[in-house]
Design a protein around this ligand. Sequence first.
Ligand code: NAD
Ligand code: IPM
Ligand code: MN
Length: 344
Amino acid sequence: MAHRIVTLPGDGIGPEVLGAALGVLDEVGSFEYEEHPLGGVSIDAHGTALTEETLAACKQAESVLIGAVGGPKWDTTDPDKPRPEQGLLNLRRELKLYANLRPVRALPALYDSSPLKREVIEGTDLIVVRELTGGLYFGNRGRNGDSAYDTSTYSVAEVERIARAGFRAARTKVTSVDKANVLETSRLWRETVRRVHAEEFSHIPLEYGLVDAIAMQLVTSPTSFDVILTDNMFGDILSDEAATLPGSLGMLPSASIGDPGTPGIFEPAHGSAPDIAGQGVANPLAMIMSTALMLRHQFSMETEAAAIESAVDQALEAGLRTADLGGSATTAEATRAVLDNLQK
Ligand code: NAD
Ligand code: IPM
Ligand code: MN
């Protein structure tokens, strides 16, 4: 039976990269797609970034693929106006997708596309494991006269479950990243990670780091990391920084998962790239590799996931470069190159 997938193309380059990825997905299996609006397009059509219909469809699906949301058209500092990003955040919360996995590999073919020196990035293979439904993103916020506030809260149970996800993803070690020298949530984070480690994962080496220093080490010695386990806000920032390692945000896939058997969201880590939207030049590889993560994590289709990843590698080895990687291949040409390698 075909797997039932809800697709949410969203805004900007979202529909361009998602369309490319579905072509690749159809090459390795049988899938049924049901498309719904999310983000700016949903605000335009329905006045809200996430409608009840879209939410219900996602809850009933086996899995969800998202392009990207947001753009200048909907940018506002008015807290009473809807924002595209709110749709994505509500969806993550409603689907209880507390674990966000962002694998970062520096591919030999792209060593020279990174702004960092080859000898620094050579062999980089890490995963940012980001807590996705708590912290600063979901705490109380508001305005009081001429001041504004955002609050960060974590419970022991929230830290325990993301810590377990981090340890399970580890191959050689876990680096837990916080700001325990300042923040109370970070002190709870650190003591909880320490306890989960001692009780359940003591065979895996565990290190702790402060986020400011880790931000520096991520670009000076990226090969010293395996799993970077961190909270929602720090994980957002560190994962975009980590995109310098493969050479572009257009190379960073992302899997957001909850409890086993529930639908996850698979989407590139990048946004809607308003600066290049509509030109057909977006790099579709992050989106394509996100579908590989869906096959692996949602459908246990490891063979097909690996086939897509290896087709991406081979296309790059053969010289495929979109504009963000310093080349001139279009979205369609990049997709064709991946498909050609998949069909070999
Ligand atoms: P962005 O990730 O959209 O773009 C940052 C830079 O990277 C731009 O120069 C863009 O052209 C480039 N880039 C990103 N993806 C690319 C790709 N696949 N191929 C080639 N180049 C690519 O970040 P931004 O400009 O800060 O944000 C734009 C909008 O996207 C904002 O509204 C933001 O909130 C939203 N956003 C959405 C998501 C999401 O839907 N998951 C993620 C991040 C940002
Ligand atoms: C991401 C994005 C989102 C986030 C935005 C669009 C809400 O930047 O997926 O990394 O901050 O989580
Ligand atoms: Mn981000």
